[in-house]
Ligand binder design. Structure first.
Ligand SMILES: Cc1cc2nc3c(=O)[nH]c(=O)nc-3n(C[C@H](O)[C@H](O)[C@H](O)COP(=O)(O)OP(=O)(O)OC[C@H]3O[C@@H](n4cnc5c(N)ncnc54)[C@H](O)[C@@H]3O)c2cc1C
Length: 498
């Protein structure tokens, strides 16, 4: 195990993309085996030290930002243990937590398979993506990470290794009662209603839920994920993609509704229109992108990036279907881009990925922190949510961009303040957006997780009783409240339950 005790040797573990600052961290432990993970946690329990689990720091909400104590980094748990392929082309990857998402995608790809979750940032660790229940563009078709995790090995705060296979341990209603090693665990899962939309806010809750789902999305507050078994799908024979530019946002929104409806009707088909991804850029996003990609048309007030699986036989007719629907919805079809080659597909992906990176560059150049939402609302309220964004932002002095996973009615609204005053004003507006979204039955975090940045909003979403229920679950695994302190659950709730 590597142990770093000098702050200047571990500076790279003290940040993520939230802009939050770490506290007075004593050391970073980098275990190479599950036993070493267990040793670190036992030592921390004995000495009552706070432990923060670190993936690769691509998180946006400060989950890995340690308030003090020690950091347990998963970098050296970086082995792919096996990848197997079944006769039907599906497969299973068994990997350690510190394996890069990129490595899983590339290795699965070599064997003719894909790992369906595709959170844009491929430098995330698999452990981090499971801890945050990450999603990304392809979640429109495949859902979040949760759907693709078959089993987990987790080292609990007392150092015990817990192995969970999906389907083996389930709650009766909300009551869990199971044994692992020498211990019996008995507790109630939270029973707050979770919105029936894409959601990564708080501990998972559902009647008769699977234990594995409690740990997926628990953001490093219940245990250290050390190993996971992931489901793989056959690699599509062909995928084509396009970027469609629209002269007005309302045409674009009509188009999205049409495509979303057709895709749900044609679920799993490669013969009919069935988008894998459906992503949105608003006019402001396109202005950002135009600075780097001059081909971005001036006239566009918004754009949609899409991907569609096909076969050699269906490619032409599907392309025609997409083209005709875009035409019917008055897209700027002559200025829109349809990929003819895999190189163009790659370019479109790069275009899609460039936006968050360009925004981050802008922020660090100007030394400002963004205010960034991860709100999703039910489809029936989506247009109302868009009009609320416009009411507050159009004509304001703010610089902003709205982009993201429109197929899931989930967009990232980013306010990019020029100074502290604007930051404070932006926060007030952001609060109003949260309130409106919650009234509509939406979520404060559809994919990035709550981390430390959004703790107060989680309380708005589930109420004090919801947070108290989470704290009671945490107390069952982490009786001293040492793990992931400051993430998800406010301090006052922890002290009540320890
Ligand atoms: C440019 C950019 C684009 C992005 N796009 C998307 C996107 O489209 N969709 C999306 O969902 N996310 C996106 N993200 C966010 C980010 O990639 C995810 O949150 C990712 O899942 C975090 O993984 P990580 O390894 O970097 O974790 P970290 O940031 O290191 O940690 C995140 C959280 O997970 C916990 N954790 C990490 N590893 C473990 C473990 N082994 N056991 C227990 N807890 C652990 C940490 O304590 C922390 O709470 C994007 C980020 C960037 C920078």
């Amino acid at each position: 195990m590597i142990i770093k005790t000098k702050r200047d040797e571990f500076l790279n573990y003290l940040n993520d993309t939230s802009g939050l600052k770490a506290g007075d961290v004593e050391a970073v432990y980098i275990p190479e085996t599950y036993d070493e993970v267990s040793e670190v946690l036992q030592l921390a329990a004995k000495e009552q030290k706070l432990v923060t689990v670190s993936g690769n720091g691509t998180g946006t909400t400060g989950g890995r930002i340690a308030p003090g104590g020690i950091i347990l980094a998963t970098d050296k748990l970086n082995k792919i243990l096996s990848i197997t392929k079944n006769v039907d082309g599906t497969g299973t990857a068994t990997v350690q937590a510190g394996v890069l998402l990129r490595t899983v995608q590339l290795e699965a790809g070599e064997l003719g398979m894909i790992y369906p979750p595709d959170p844009t940032e491929w430098s995330a660790f698999i452990g981090g993506t499971i801890a945050t229940n990450a999603s990304g563009a392809r979640s429109f078709r495949f859902g979040a990470t949760r759907n693709w995790v078959e089993s987990l090995k987790i080292v609990l705060p007392d150092g015990e290794l817990l192995s969970i296979k999906r389907g083996e341990i389930k709650a009766e209603g909300y009551e869990f009662n199971f044994s692992s090693g020498s211990k019996n665990y008995r507790f109630s899962a939270p029973d707050y209603p979770m919105p029936d939309i894409k959601n990564a806010a708080g501990f998972f809750s559902r009647s008769d839920m699977d234990l594995i789902d409690l740990f997926i999305g628990s953001e490093g507050t219940l245990g250290v994920i050390v190993e996971a078994q992931l489901k793989l799908l056959p690699k599509p024979l062909k995928v084509f993609s396009g970027i469609l530019f629209f002269p007005s946002e309302s045409n674009l929104l009509d188009f999205v509704d049409t495509i979303a409806t057709l895709s749900h009707e044609n679920k799993n088909s490669t013969e009919k229109l069935n988008a894998t991804s459906l992503e949105f850029f608003d006019e402001q996003s396109l202005l950002f992108l135009k600075a780097k990609y001059l081909r971005t048309p001036e006239e566009a007030k918004g754009a949609i990036y899409f991907e569609q699986e096909c076969t050699n036989e269906t490619e032409d007719s599907l392309l025609e279907t997409w083209y005709n629907l875009a035409f019917e919805h008055e897209a700027l079809v002559d200025l829109s881009w349809f990929a003819q080659t895999s190189k163009e597909d790659e370019f479109f992906k790069e275009y899609r990925h460039a936006l968050p990176a360009l925004i981050n560059e802008f922020l660090s150049r100007n030394g400002v922190k963004k205010i960034s939402s991860d709100i999703a609302v039910p489809q029936s309220h989506f247009r109302k949510m868009m009009s609320i964004y416009h009411e507050h932002l159009d004509g304001s002095s703010f610089k902003w961009v709205i982009f993201g996973h429109i197929g899931d009615y989930h967009l990232h609204m980013n306010i990019l303040p020029h100074n502290e005053k604007e930051h404070a004003d932006g926060k007030l507006i952001y609060n109003q957006f949260i309130d409106e979204a919650l009234k509509m039955g939406g979520t404060i975090s559809a994919e990035h997780g709550v981390g430390k940045l959004k703790v107060q909003y989680l309380q708005k979403m589930y109420g004090s009783e919801g947070i108290a229920q989470m704290a009671r679950v945490k107390a069952c695994f982490d009786p001293h409240g040492l793990l992931g302190r400051g993430t998800l659950i406010p301090e006052s709730f922890l002290s009540e339950h320890h």
